[in-house]
Design a protein. Structure first.
Length: 317
């Protein structure tokens, strides 16, 4: 997998700028490991808390602050992944990773402090193939160790010797973990040709939904398509996946009838064309899509307001 990430640079000076400069790398890493921006922010905050809790003498003894921060953040995420499994078993309905807007539309997040201005660029996630929704959903099926080994090695290019130190296993075991994860990704990854026409397909889907044209919707959906919604028990939504093109189309028309005045906007969702639904100017749903053979095969609709923070400050209209 070709990605822009590189292991942390070696640094001999544990000064403020050398440590703070790692924040964006850590946020990018933690989001991919956890699938949750809020949890990623918590993990990075805990990492910095541990750094600043050390004495100056201990900090100066660390040859590479970047490597230290990455190791600590990865281990924190590994622990969080273990506990997240139990929490998500109690989650109301399906759990979908938090969707992210395009860099030019990024609002909210801890850096914004509730202001209606873009968040600090250091908190933005680099959007590439390792954050598209289909990819993140597959990551959710992995064991915590598989996920950490795969992300560190295949996405962030850390050698298995370093991954082994972080995960607490041998390099050979980490190689096997990453290989197992790679097979899962390969089986679920849509071919590039299928995603190339996604913008036009999503636009046609939007227009058919707005027109309440059930036949057009059915034609755009694969007969075996699945729509999964995430309301987290906080807003009304289907608790189980809606399966089949006709059932999905009927469900979408039902939503349109129940929520007159719903505005649909074409937006980039996790690096790929998606839709944002707004009601009275407030973002209420963010939808990501996957397609095969020129038809939509998967729809992930995130409605949990806690997962829509980057979309709900200004700038999404």
């Amino acid at each position: 997998m070709s990605t822009p990430f590189e292991p942390g640079h070696e640094r001999s000076e544990p000064g403020l700028s050398a440590v703070v400069d790692e924040r964006r790398q850590l946020i990018n890493l933690a989001y991919r490991l956890l699938g949750s921006l809020s949890e990623a922010e918590d993990a990075v905050q805990e990492t910095y808390t541990r750094w600043y809790a050390m004495s100056r003498q201990r900090q100066e003894a660390i040859e590479s602050p970047g490597a230290w921060l990455t190791t600590v953040a990865s281990r924190i995420c590994l622990d969080m992944l273990g506990s997240a499994r139990a929490r998500r078993e109690r989650y109301v309905g399906a759990w979908i990773p938090e969707p992210l807007p395009d860099r030019t539309e990024w609002f909210g997040g801890s850096a914004s402090g509730g202001r209606t201005e873009p968040a600090d660029p250091a908190d933005r996630i680099t959007l590439d193939e390792s954050v598209n929704m289909a990819f993140l959903v597959v990551l959710e099926s992995m064991t915590p160790a598989e996920r950490v080994a795969f992300i560190l090695h295949d996405v962030f290019r850390y050698p298995f010797a370093e991954v082994a130190e972080i995960v607490g296993r041998t390099p050979a075991a980490c190689r096997q973990l990453a290989s197992s994860a790679r097979r899962r990704i390969g089986a679920a990854q849509a071919p590039a040709a299928a995603t190339a026409g996604q913008a036009g397909l999503v636009r046609n889907f939007k227009e058919a939904w707005e027109a309440k044209d059930i036949k057009a919707l059915v034609d755009l959906l694969d007969p075996g398509a699945t729509m999964t919604a995430d309301g987290g028990g906080m807003v009304g939504t289907a608790l189980r996946p809606v399966e089949g093109s006709e059932r999905i189309a009927q469900y979408l028309i039902h939503i349109a009838d129940k929520a007159p005045g719903l505005t649909l906007l074409e937006r980039t969702v996790n690096g790929r064309p998606g839709l944002v639904a707004q009601h009275a100017g407030v973002t209420v749903t963010v939808a990501a899509f996957s397609l095969t053979g020129g038809r939509i095969t998967r729809i992930w609709a995130v409605r949990n307001p806690e997962k829509l923070r980057p979309w709900t400050e200004n700038g999404q209209s």
